[in-house]
Design a protein around this ligand. Structure first.
Ligand SMILES: Nc1ncnc2c1ncn2[C@@H]1O[C@H](COP(=O)(O)OP(=O)(O)O)[C@@H](O)[C@H]1O
Ligand SMILES: [Mg+2]
Length: 273
């Protein structure tokens, strides 16, 4: 469903900053209906990769295909959920969730039925008339996910959607999301900085290197679904986590090292002269 072929993404120089090579030689394939989690150090190009698949930007070189055709613009076949998704503040929960249905011309009883169904799945029954500013962060994010998925897009791109939530809320959100995924079976590319979350959610976990980002490891998660919360306590889980962290940890260190920071700074300073 998603094919990323030899993608390089370079942002041109801006002001006092030298050009940034965000991605270099990224190859990735996500099958139809597959749930793939992307993990990598901050600044390695995860969001950039998601934006390219979404069609917000075009790669400097290489190809991005979704459903067999080259991506050249955003499309309703691809829904995007961000860490802090903006809801329409002037619409209540029901109208926010149903926004995409309205655009597709769905009204009346069918509109009510679909919105009711998603309110139920996301644990929002009874909140349909609330305004977004009356909701907790977790509830707002549930509305955002319901709104993105209610039109049943083939592909869902999620950029650290639970990153701003506390641990308990995050567990609930993971369950809500998996419930929807099981029902609709979209292809999902899910960015997270949390390795445990990646193992609990994904069919595969893909680890990226420090910038310029490329694929460091692509691991199939060996656990059947549904995965219960206590899976994280099993020796098998810990072993998979160890394997992933073994690849991720050096990347985190290289992304954060003082040397890397200074090298980048001196490069920028040289560019300024
Ligand atoms: N529009 C842009 N213009 C210039 N640089 C950008 C732009 N977007 C991202 N970058 C740079 O590209 C690199 C990768 O960013 P990003 O994809 O946001 O990383 P991640 O999501 O993995 O934290 C960073 O160094 C970032 O500063
Ligand atoms: Mg990001």
């Amino acid at each position: 469903m998603i094919e990323v072929q030899g993608v390089r993404m370079e942002f041109p120089a801006q002001g006092r900053h030298t050009p940034v090579v965000a991605l270099a030689g990224v190859d990735l394939r996500v099958e139809e209906g597959e749930f793939v989690c992307l993990v990598g150090p901050s600044g390695c190009g995860k969001s950039t990769l998601l934006h390219l698949v979404a069609g917000f930007e075009s790669p400097t070189s290489g190809h991005i295909l979704v459903g067999g055709s080259e991506v050249c613009a955003p499309g309703s076949d691809r829904a995007v959920v961000f860490q802090q998704s903006a809801l329409y503040p002037w619409l209540n929960v029901r109208e926010n969730i149903g926004f995409g249905l309205r655009i597709h011309g769905i009204r009346g009883a069918e509109f009510d039925r679909r919105v009711e169904q998603y309110l139920g799945i996301m644990g929002l029954t009874g909140f349909d008339r609330h305004a977004p500013y009356h909701l907790s962060g977790g509830m707002r994010q549930r509305v955002a996910i319901a709104r993105a998925l209610i039109t049943e897009p083939e592909t869902v791109l999620m950029d650290e959607p639970f990153g701003a939530l506390d641990a308990q809320t995050r567990n609930d959100m993971q369950r809500f999301l998996l419930r929807l995924w099981k029902m609709l079976r979209p292809t999902v590319l899910f960015v997270t900085h949390d390795v445990e979350e990646a193992i609990l959610l994904g069919d595969r976990v893909v680890i990226m290197t420090a910038r310029p980002g490329r694929i460091a490891l692509d691991l199939r998660v060996p656990f059947a679904r549904p995965r219960e919360w206590d899976l994280v306590l099993s020796p098998e889980f810990v072993e998979v986590k160890r394997q992933l962290l073994g690849v991720l940890q050096p990347q985190l260190e290289s992304a954060q090292s003082v040397e890397a920071f200074l090298a980048e700074r001196s490069q920028e300073d040289a560019g300024e002269e």
